[in-house]
Write a protein that binds this ligand. Structure first.
Ligand code: ADE
Length: 379
């Protein structure tokens, strides 16, 4: 392939917290991702994650007034909440789906504040045994919100327990054995289930059908993320210019969670290397050091695109093959890397596998020759 160039890059943790380790035995690919591909970063240590979670919780907006973005969804929710309050009934069950970091948990918290009801937060992998889901349903108070993250990972038994609870506010339990088996209907308080998933398609039909409100969360615009960055900086009492906030927002992959983490990283740099204030120049320097490029791509994204370009002629190539070559979980590639790469127009999902776009080739400095153009359907 003409015009190929290799850039040495460290693969540490992604700026959204996911860790990517290259464990391929393939020498050619090791050359592509040549340096320190398995270097661990501090961000993956449990205490760092716990710190990150508490940071995230501290800056989460609690009301619609302080929640930036998702304006269409906000309006729909405000109406539903007002209607539920006037009827003195719990809100319909809600399902939020979309890429990670766009504020599904935050929105559930906002709804709990606006409805003035408590919220219990759990995630599907924590509801492994029947007694986990039964216990949590029995512990709910009337009107309370139950938030289940990663709801597409709920097992069949837990799902079956949830159906009558969602529909009629009952648990169907059986006691005894053989001929003396009895079915009991145990009432549970009226509650609202809020489910969150990065994979709406992986939800079973019967479960999806039991949600009254289903909404996709969209990537944020750079302007919205600039507001998020300024709000976070103000909570952390950081000095930041408008252009400094914009520079961080621009490289945040349309994702507030990433924007907030970058605020912290850039503020570290501003504090250590300058007087603490975040200007455009300082933000850009700090982000360059973090190897987050102008489009917000990090090492992992570039590694994925280069792998497809250099080893598979631009694709199509199956996701399993890519995951194996990268030593990465299919789910992380699908849920964390791909949504933004597709949104940015660098990657396409086709029935035969993943393909990079001519824009990705140009962006990464490869020449797009005539043959490739026709391959990509440009001629
Ligand atoms: N922090 C994270 N998400 C946010 C949002 N949508 N609005 C304001 N601050 C946020």
């Amino acid at each position: 392939m003409g015009g190929r160039f290799y850039q040495a890059y460290n693969l540490t943790s992604r700026n959204d917290g996911a860790q990517m380790a290259i464990i391929s035995d393939d020498d050619e690919f090791k050359n592509i991702c040549s340096e320190k591909c398995v270097e661990k970063s501090l961000d993956t240590k449990p205490e760092a994650i716990a710190y990150d979670k508490s940071f995230e919780n501290n800056i989460r907006p609690k009301t619609f007034d302080s929640y930036i973005g998702q304006s269409g969804l906000k309006e729909t929710l405000q109406i539903s909440i007002e209607a539920a309050k006037r009827r003195e009934l719990p809100l319909d069950h809600l399902l939020f789906y979309g890429p990670p970091g766009l504020g599904k948990t935050t929105l559930a918290g906002v709804i709990s504040t606006q409805m003035d009801v408590p919220i219990k937060i759990t995630s599907a992998p924590a509801l492994e045994r029947p007694r986990d889901i039964i216990g949590i349903l029995m512990s709910l108070k009337g009107g309370e919100i139950l938030f289940i993250d990663e709801i597409h990972r709920l097992n069949k038994v837990a799902e079956e327990i949830l159906y009558p609870a969602m529909e009629d506010f009952f648990l169907d339990m059986t006691t005894g054995k053989g001929q003396s088996v009895k079915t009991l209907r145990i009432p549970v308080p009226k509650f609202t289930l809020i489910g969150a998933t990065t994979k709406a398609g992986a939800l079973s039909g019967p479960l999806r059908d039991r949600f009254g409100i289903i909404h996709r969360l969209e990537f944020y615009s750079t302007e919205e993320l600039t507001q998020v960055v300024k709000r976070t900086a103000s909570i952390l009492e950081l000095e930041i210019t408008e252009k400094g906030a914009y520079a961080i927002a621009r490289r945040s992959r349309g994702t507030p969670r990433i924007a907030n983490r970058l605020v912290k990283r850039v503020s570290d740099y501003a504090l250590v290397k300058h007087d603490g204030a975040i200007t455009e120049e300082i933000a850009n320097k700090a982000l360059d050091i973090l190897k987050i490029d102008d489009s917000g791509l990090d090492n992992t994204d570039r590694c994925l695109l280069r792998l497809i370009i250099e080893k598979y002629d631009g694709g199509p190539v199956g996701i399993e093959t890519l995951a194996a070559a990268l030593g990465e979980d299919v789910r992380t590639i699908e849920d964390v890397c791909e949504p933004y790469l597709m949104q940015a127009g660098f990657l396409q999902r086709t029935p035969r596998g993943r393909k990079v776009s001519p824009e990705a080739l140009r962006y990464l400095g490869y020449k797009v020759d005539t043959a490739q153009k026709s391959l990509f359907g440009e001629e």
